[in-house]
Design a protein around this ligand. Structure first.
Ligand SMILES: NC(=O)c1ccc[n+]([C@@H]2O[C@H](COP(=O)([O-])OP(=O)(O)OC[C@H]3O[C@@H](n4cnc5c(N)ncnc54)[C@H](O)[C@@H]3O)[C@@H](O)[C@H]2O)c1
Length: 246
C-alpha cells in the first residue's frame, strides 16, 4: 500500500489541475505538503488541513531562483526537511513554428525547463544529506509522439525528460530517484489553451476514448514518491490511455 506518512513533499502547480490533485492525494496519504504555485495555492493547503493533514501554500514562480530559495527555507522552517519534489507546474501554448514568437518560446523554456532545473537544484542538496529523495517531474505525451501545433511545448517537455534522466544517473548511488510522468490528455484547465476542435480530436485519438482524470496521474506520482518504487529511476512513464502505443 502506498504510504507517505510524514514525507515532506513540495508540489509545484498545486493551485490547479494535476498539481492540485497530487497535493490532495499526498495529504490523504499522510504527507506534509508544500503547495507551491504562481497563483494562490492556499485553497489547496486549506483543503488538506480540513481533512486532518498538514500543509501550507506558497506563492512562487518556478522560473525564479530566489523563489526556490525562499520555498526551501520556508519548508525547512515549517517541516524541517525535504523528502520529495513533484515538478508539476507547467504552461502550454499551441501555435505553429512560423507564428511562434521568440517571447513565447522563451517563456515556455523559462517555466517548463528552467523551472524543473531550479527545482532539482534547490532540493537535491537536502536529499544528499539524508541519503534519500524522490523527484517526479511532469512532461507530456507531446515529448514522445508527433502531435500538431506544439513545437515549443514538446521541445520543453523533451528537455524535462532528458534532464531528469541525466540527474537520475548522477544521483542513483545516493538513493535519490528521479522519474518523469508523461500524461496523455487530462481534463484540467490547461486544455483551455487548445482549440475545442483540438481537444475533441485528441479525445477521439485516445484508445481509451476519453480524457484522463487528474487523479490518474496523481496516484502514479504518489507511487513514485513512496518507498515502493525505490528501484525505479530515470524512467519517463506514459499515462496516456494507450495513445503512444498505437
Ligand atoms: N492536462 C493535460 O492534458 C496535460 C497533458 C500532458 C502534460 N501536462 C502537464 O501537466 C502539468 C500540469 O498541468 P495541468 O493540466 O494540471 O494544468 P493547469 O493549468 O491546471 O495547472 C498548472 C499550474 O501550474 C501553475 N504555474 C504555471 N506557471 C507557473 C510558474 N511559473 N510558477 C509556478 N506555478 C506555475 C499554474 O498557475 C497552474 O496552477 C503541466 O506541466 C502540463 O504541461 C498536462
Amino acid at each position: 500500500m502506498i504510504c507517505l506518512k510524514d514525507n515532506v513533499s513540495i508540489i509545484t502547480g498545486a493551485g490547479s489541475g494535476i498539481g492540485k490533485e497530487t497535493a490532495l492525494v499526498f495529504g490523504k496519504l499522510g504527507a506534509k505538503v508544500v503547495c507551491a504555485d504562481l497563483k494562490d495555492a492556499d485553497a489547496t493547503a486549506n483543503e488538506i488541513k480540513a481533512q486532518g493533514g498538514m500543509a501550507f501554500g506558497i506563492t512562487m514562480d518556478v522560473s525564479k531562483w530566489a523563489d526556490w530559495q525562499r520555498l526551501v527555507e520556508k519548508t525547512h522552517a515549517e517541516f524541517g526537511k525535504v523528502d520529495a519534489l513533484c515538478g508539476v507546474a507547467g504552461i502550454s501554448e499551441a501555435t505553429n513554428i512560423v507564428d511562434l514568437t521568440e517571447e513565447q518560446f522563451d517563456r515556455m523554456m523559462n517555466v517548463n525547463v528552467k523551472g524543473v532545473y531550479f527545482g532539482m537544484k534547490a532540493v537535491i542538496p537536502d536529499m544528499l544529506e539524508k541519503k534519500a529523495g524522490k523527484i517526479v517531474n511532469v512532461a507530456s505525451l507531446a515529448a514522445h509522439c508527433g502531435l500538431q501545433g506544439l513545437p515549443s511545448y514538446s521541445a520543453s517537455k523533451g528537455a524535462v525528460i532528458a534532464m531528469s534522466r541525466q540527474v537520475a544517473m548522477d544521483y542513483a548511488k545516493h538513493n535519490i530517484q528521479v522519474n518523469v510522468i508523461s500524461p496523455g490528455i487530462i481534463e484540467t484547465p490547461i486544455l483551455k489553451n487548445n482549440s475545442p476542435e483540438m481537444t475533441k480530436a485528441f479525445t477521439a485519438a485516445t484508445p481509451a476514448n476519453r480524457l484522463g482524470q487528474p487523479y490518474e496521474i496523481a496516484n502514479f506520482i504518489a507511487f513514485l514518491c513512496s518507498n515502493l518504487s525505490d528501484f525505479t529511476t530515470g524512467q519517463a512513464i506514459l499515462v496516456d490511455g494507450g495513445w503512444s502505443q498505437q
